[in-house]
Design a protein around this ligand. Structure first.
Ligand code: ATP
Ligand code: MG
Length: 388
């Protein structure tokens, strides 16, 4: 079996049951192609039990490690609820780990209070048995190499050791739906992942400006989202053509305000997509001070067109921190592929870092933005993205 321990979800009071339901549904979906499994929950633990010998347990375990809402997970051996059976199962199931270790300890949890021995007694009995079987071991209760855990539950007893940290967070879909503005860069996939971790299901919008941006750039965005969807589940990508709008901004608006004006149109367009797609917030990968359009003044000008909350989970992160997460979720190598994004074409030589709203609104007046927006949104392309 695989046991998943629930994290914060356990604190959610009355909502707890519905959180668990969503989490179990997410786990089942993720396990889809790893075989047939029964997924059930009891006492802050989710049990993933293979239904036949064809189930790919390694794959299932890997998938479980990417489900938000799980603090730790471990493979466990099952034993009949009888002391001797538990001892033997522990010795056999954990053989490899115990042979490699120098020290160990045994911790027991007995949630079936009808079981005749109490927890400390079970720990002592199992520990003693393991010492006999593996005489090279010594007991270390503070820093053991292997922490053997015995859980006496309703149906079975479980033995496992050294659970791995899970993906943390709260189950995707329990927090509503967010629309992530995704570029091909490093930041926005990390921003998307970070908000999915807090329970948001994701829809994505990408602005493309062909022929200035290529199909390869679009493909890169799809591949980035596929990585994110390993954690976030299915993602629908809406691609909006921004070529005409960008040309008009380039030709008619003050050059030094071009980036801020473009970003305002991105937000306006995103908002309309969010409305259509049932998203309650927008997500961007902005980080304070990283580029000219990410100063407080520029962000204030961008935010002035937003009616929905705009989440910028990376606002206080350094590039090095963002890169660390990008490596962890495996988007880094894709993000650094060199394709033009619509943000990197027509960039002003000297963008204004401290625009005022009045300046920007006046500059924007030179184009028929509403007509251009409508034109852009009439011609969208959708891609449905799943990880597996
Ligand atoms: P990223 O690494 O995500 O590209 P960045 O540091 O390059 O971010 P910008 O290019 O200024 O910064 O973009 C800021 C944010 O605006 C991005 O994180 C993303 O959320 C959004 N964005 C930028 N370009 C696009 C695009 N072509 N389509 C959709 N959203 C975009
Ligand atoms: Mg970018």
């Amino acid at each position: 079996m695989i046991l998943l321990k629930l994290g914060e979800i356990a604190l959610k009071g009355l909502n707890r049951r519905s959180f668990e339901e969503v989490l179990m549904k997410n786990v089942k979906r993720r396990l889809g192609d790893a075989g047939r499994f029964a997924v059930s929950s009891k006492q802050s633990t989710i049990y993933v039990e293979p239904l036949d010998g064809d189930a790919d347990m390694d794959l299932a375990e890997e998938r479980c490690g990417k489900v938000f809402g799980v603090v730790s997970y471990t493979r466990a051996g099952t034993a009949e609820k009888e002391l001797r059976a538990i001892q033997e199962r522990a010795a056999e199931y954990l053989q490899e780990k115990l042979e490699e270790a120098d020290s160990f300890k045994v911790e027991c949890k007995r949630s079936d209070k009808k079981f005749p021995c109490k927890s400390p007694e079970i720990s002592a009995e199992v520990g003693g048995y393991l010492l006999e079987k593996y005489p090279h071991l010594r007991v270390d209760v503070h820093h053991p190499d292997v922490e053997v855990r015995v859980e006496v539950r309703e149906q079975y007893a479980f033995v496992h050791a050294n659970a791995r940290p899970g993906a943390g967070g709260i189950p995707v879909g329990t927090g509503g739906r967010g629309l992530v503005l995704i570029s091909g860069g490093l930041d926005s996939p990390v921003a998307a992942w970070t908000m999915a971790k807090r329970g948001l299901a994701l829809t994505a919008v990408h602005f493309a400006s062909p022929p200035y941006t290529s199909e390869l750039a679009h493909d890169k965005v799809v591949r980035l989202l596929r990585q994110v969807s390993q954690y976030a589940g299915r993602i629908k990508l809406v691609t909006v053509g921004f070529t005409h709008l960008q040309e008009e901004i380039r030709d008619c608006c003050p050059e030094d305000l071009g980036t801020v004006i473009l970003r305002r149109y991105m937000l306006r367009a995103a908002q309309r997509v969010a409305e259509q797609e049932g998203c309650q917030c927008l997500i961007t990968g902005e980080s304070l001070g990283q580029v000219a359009s990410q100063t407080v003044q520029a962000i204030a000008c961008t935010d002035a067109v937003a009616k929905l909350p705009v989440f910028r989970p990376l606002i206080g992160s350094d590039k090095a921190e963002i890169i660390k997460t990008a490596r962890q979720i495996d988007t880094f190598d894709t993000s650094i592929e060199p394709y033009e994004d619509c943000c990197t074409i027509f960039t002003p030589k000297h963008p204004r870092t401290k625009p005022t709203l009045e300046m920007v609104e006046r500059g924007e007046g030179a184009i028929d933005g509403e007509a251009l927006l409508r034109e852009a949104l009439e011609n969208v392309r959708t891609t449905h993205i799943t990880a597996y």
